[in-house]
Ligand binder design. Structure first.
Ligand code: ZN
Length: 396
């Protein structure tokens, strides 16, 4: 869970990074302070120098193609976002200014001679394209630069151009992945590539050496992959640091906690924290279940009793978002020991239809009144979270 949170945090930072330009719109009334000439060159700027300056690609209905020569030269600029659409940065446009950060979009194809020359405070920038022409000394006299680029760019070609425009090797690329995907496929989770980039093939290798600390869950046990998954996703812990107790029953309180954690995981509110209740440890989880529609208001369980498989079906089917239903034509009559009078029959059926429960033998028997085992709970949890672990049921 920590690993996933960490990598998702990276993805989040990246998406903030790529979208922040658009969140600074209308920092100043551009039409009052900017002059765009008939060629689409931003020729004058008379506004304030805020912390963040955004340069729009259209001002007063006129397209801004170019930031004029020397427009911000020696000016007290700090952070500059150039919007997608601007094509050129003029000669010495920011030369000798106090610029610290600049975001250059992929539409910019030409950076003029000396455009950022002697920007002594410039430490980082982002460049959206490798198809850029750099004028002589465009980055001459700058210090060490951290340059953010997307993984789809040719950093070798871009590096050569920057080296030329800077006159030294004092820069490095921070490669950002443009299409990170969290894979829910079993082969990716166990094969180690939980997170990968569809654009460049980069794979986050966090799951190479999954070691679980439980001495009573061996690799040849049928439930091994499910215990690993439920544990690794932070949904289930052991009974102690080294004991998972796979054949032990669960109380309804424990099942409600799992349902709450699964629901929270699916709904992705990483900020949410369950409170601690020293008198009734499960109360925050139970409250969460009621507040989030996992348990209907009129249903009350005896929390310290063992959960039956039917009760588990109620809690877990309602914690799942029900989005993925690979067996949507399984009829209730296919489950021999469940009918419409069975408690929570429709929830049991929902688990079969979603490929989460498969029955205990080839005839799909569910054993609704049997007590839920911890290994079974781990299996259900895994199949809720990982679509690839769900089971397609043969028809008939
Ligand atoms: Zn990538």
């Amino acid at each position: 869970m920590k690993k996933i949170s960490f990598i998702l945090a990276c993805v989040l930072v990246f998406s903030v990074f790529t979208t922040c330009a658009s969140s600074f719109t209308a920092l100043f009334d551009e039409s009052e302070h900017c002059t765009v000439d008939k060629d689409g060159t931003l020729a004058a700027y008379n506004g304030e120098y805020d912390e963040v300056l955004e340069i729009s690609a259209e001002i007063d209905g006129k397209a801004v193609n170019k930031i004029g020569d020397r427009l911000f030269a020696a000016k007290p600029v700090n952070t500059v976002y150039i919007n997608e659409g601007v094509k050129e940065i003029g000669k010495e446009a920011f030369g000798s200014s106090t610029l610290v950060y600049v975001d250059i979009p992929s539409s910019v194809k030409k950076i003029g001679e000396g455009a950022f020359k002697d920007c002594k405070k410039l430490t980082s920038l982002s460049i959206g394209s490798d198809d850029v022409e750099f004028g002589k000394d465009a980055f001459a006299g700058t210090d060490f630069l951290y340059i953010a680029v997307l993984c789809s760019l040719d950093t070798k070609a871009l590096g050569d151009k920057i080296r030329n425009a800077k006159g030294d090797d004092k820069f490095t690329f921070d490669v950002m992945h443009s299409n990170l995907v969290e894979s829910m496929l079993e082969k990716d989770i166990y094969g180690n590539n939980l997170i990968y980039c569809e654009d460049c093939g980069f794979a986050y290798r966090g799951y190479d050496d999954i070691e679980i600390p439980f001495t009573d869950v061996t690799r040849d046990a049928w439930y091994y992959p499910y215990v690993v998954t439920a544990y690794e996703f932070g949904i289930m812990n052991g009974k102690s640091e080294t004991i998972f107790d796979p054949n032990e029953n669960m109380t309804l309180a424990e099942a409600a906690k799992i349902a709450a954690c699964v629901h929270l995981y699916i709904n992705g509110d990483s900020e949410y924290q369950f409170e601690t209740n020293t008198e009734e440890w499960y109360r925050p989880y139970v409250d969460y279940c009621y507040e989030n529609g996992i348990i209907d208001k009129h249903i009350v369980f005896e929390w310290d009793k063992n959960a039956t498989r039917a009760e588990m079906a109620y809690l877990f089917s309602r914690a799942d978002d029900g989005y993925y239903v690979p067996n949507d034509d399984v009829p209730l009559t296919d489950i021999p020991d469940v009918d419409e009078n069975t408690a929570f029959a429709l929830n049991i059926l929902a688990l079969y239809r979603r490929g989460i429960a498969t029955g205990s033998n080839e005839y799909y028997y569910f054993y609704p009144d049997a007590f839920l085992k911890r290994s079974e709970a781990a299996t259900i949890v895994s199949r809720i979270i990982c679509y690839d672990m769900r089971v397609y049921l043969p028809k008939g």
